[in-house]
Design a protein around this ligand. Structure first.
Ligand code: ADP
Length: 404
C-alpha cells in the first residue's frame, strides 16, 4: 500500500509517501510560505537528487497540487499514476475528547474536528484545509486522521482535571489534553521492542525534547500523564514557551505592562522559554555553545534540565517506578549534553549512564546506560509519519474487509 502522509500547518505542508508494510519512504518534502511571496517546494526521493521549486502557491489546495505533480513528475517523481496512492493520512493536532484513536475521515468526523478548532485555533484550521484539499484532489482515496492528543486520552481524571470549578470542564472542555501523542506512542512501542518485553508490562517515561517539548508517563502501554496541558504551553521550558508557571503572573504582567490578551499570548508562546531566559536563541545548539561563556545561556539550560528531572521524578512516583526513559526529537536525539545533564545524580533512581555510549549516540536507536543500570535510558529517533502511515493502512485495510 502507498500512503501519502500530510501535515498541513498554517503556511506549510509537509509530506511523505510511504509504503508502511516495508517501512519505506519513497519521497518526502515540504511546501513552505503558502500564501506568501517566495513560496517553495523542497522534494527528495530515496533514489534521485533533491529538488527545490518556487511558485505561486496561494493556498493549501495549490500546495497539494504541487505535491501531487512532483510525485508524478517523470524526472523527480516516484509515481506513474495518481491512482497508485491508496490512502492519505493526515496529522491533526487537536482531537479533543472525541478522538482516542485514528479514524477514517467522513463528514461526521470533520464536524467533530471543526468543534475542536476552539481548542487549537492556530493548528486545526490548517489541518482541516489540508483534509479538504486532499479530498477534492483525490476524491476516491480514503483519508485518515491521526491526532496528537489521542494517545493521551487514557489519562485518568485525576491527571487531566485542573483545580478550577468543575463546571468549566463540563461547559468548555477545560482539561489537560496533552500533545506529541503520536511521538510518545511510537517511541514507547520501540522501547519495548528494544528490550524485548511486552509494552503492557513496562513503565516508560518518554521525553520528546524539540522546539516544543513534552514528557509522558506510559504505564502498561497507556499514557497516564503528560506535561503539556490544555494547550502546548504547559510543562517543560521550551524553545519560546514558558512551560509551568504561576497563572497569577499573567494577570500581574498584563496590568503592569498594559498588554492585551493577544499580546500576552504572544509573549507566553513566542518570546519566552529558552529564548526569553537566555536572550540569545531558542536553538539548543547555540545555548550549548554558550553554556560556559554566558550566564543567561547557562541559566536557560539549567532551568530546562531541572524541569525534565522534576518530571522524571514525578512520573516515577506516579507510576510506582520506572523501567525505561526515552529521549527523542531534535534535542533528545542529538544532544548528549542534555541527556548527560538530565541523568546526572540520578543513581538513586537506578540510572547509570554510560557516558561513552551517550556521546556516540546521535539520531540512532541506542541504549545509553551501563549493563547493570536498573533503569534503561534510550535514544530513539521519533517517526510520527510512519505511525500515521501505519494507522492509515490499518484502517483502510479494515475498510476493504467490510461488506459493501
Ligand atoms: P520541532 O518541535 O520544531 O519539531 P525538533 O524536534 O526538530 O523541533 O527540534 C528542534 C530543536 O532541536 C532545536 O532546539 C535544535 O536546536 C535542537 N537540535 C537539533 N540538532 C541539535 C544538536 N545537534 N544538538 C543540540 N540540539 C539540537
Amino acid at each position: 500500500m502507498k500512503v501519502l502522509v500530510l501535515n498541513a500547518g498554517s503556511s506549510s505542508v509537509k509530506y511523505q509517501l510511504i509504503i508502511p508494510e516495508e517501512r519505506k519512504v519513497l519521497a518526502k518534502g515540504l511546501v513552505e510560505r503558502i500564501g506568501l511571496s517566495g513560496a517553495m517546494l523542497s522534494h527528495e526521493t530515496f533514489d534521485k537528487s533533491p529538488v527545490k521549486m518556487t511558485g505561486e502557491i496561494l493556498d493549501h489546495r495549490v500546495a497539494i497540487e504541487y505535491v501531487l505533480s512532483i510525485l508524478l513528475s517523470p524526472r523527480h517523481g516516484v509515481l506513474k499514476d495518481k491512482n497508485e496512492i491508496d490512502a492519505v493520512g493526515h496529522r491533526v493536532v487537536h482531537g479533543g475528547e472525541a478522538f482516542s484513536g485514528s479514524v477514517l475521515i467522513n463528514s461526521d468526523m470533520i464536524n467533530e474536528m471543526t468543534k475542536c478548532i476552539d481548542f487549537a485555533p492556530l493548528h486545526n484550521p490548517p489541518n482541516l484545509k489540508g483534509i479538504a484539499a486532499a479530498k477534492s484532489l483525490l476524491p476516491d482515496v480514503p483519508q485518515v486522521g491521526v491526532f496528537d492528543t489521542a494517545f493521551h486520552q487514557t489519562m485518568p481524571s485525576h491527571a487531566y482535571i485542573y483545580g478550577l470549578p468543575y463546571t468549566l470542564y463540563k461547559r468548555h472542555g477545560i482539561r489537560r489534553y496533552g500533545f506529541h501523542g503520536t511521538s510518545h506512542r511510537y517511541v514507547a512501542h520501540r522501547a519495548a521492542e528494544l528490550v524485548n518485553k511486552p509494552l503492557k508490562e513496562l513503565k516508560i517515561i518518554t521525553c520528546h525534547l524539540g522546539n516544543g517539548s513534552s514528557i509522558a508517563a506510559v504505564k502498561d502501554g497507556q499514557s497516564i500523564d503528560t506535561s503539556m496541558g490544555f494547550t502546548p504551553l504547559e510543562g517543560l521550558l521550551m524553545g519560546t514557551r514558558t512551560g509551568d508557571m504561576d497563572p497569577a503572573i499573567i494577570l500581574h504582567i498584563m496590568g503592569k505592562e498594559d498588554l492585551s490578551p493577544g499580546e500576552m499570548n504572544t509573549m507566553l508562546n513566542k518570546h519566552s522559554g529558552i529564548l526569553g531566559v537566555s536572550g540569545i536563541s531558542s536553538d539548543m545548539r547555540e545555548i550549548e555553545e554558550k553554556y560556559h561563556l554566558n550566564d543567561r545561556a547557562k541559566l536557560a539550560m539549567d532551568i530546562f534540565i531541572y524541569r525534565i528531572k522534576k518530571y522524571i521524578g514525578a512520573y516515577t512516583a506516579a507510576m510506582g517506578g520506572t523501567d525505561i526513559i526515552v529521549f527523542t526529537a531534535g534535542i533528545g536525539e542529538n544532544s548528549d549534553m542534555v541527556r548527560e545533564m538530565t541523568c546526572s545524580d540520578m543513581e538513586f533512581l537506578g540510572i547509570k549512564l554510560d557516558k561513552n555510549k551517550n556521546k556516540t549516540s546521535r539520531k540512532k536507536e541506542a541504549i545509553i546506560t551501563t549493563e547493570d543500570s536498573r533503569v534503561k535510558v534510550m535514544v530513539i529517533p521519533t517517526n510520527e509519519e510512519l505511525v500515521i502511515a501505519l494507522d492509515t493502512a490499518e484502517i483502510v485495510r479494515e475498510l476493504h474487509k467490510q461488506p459493501v
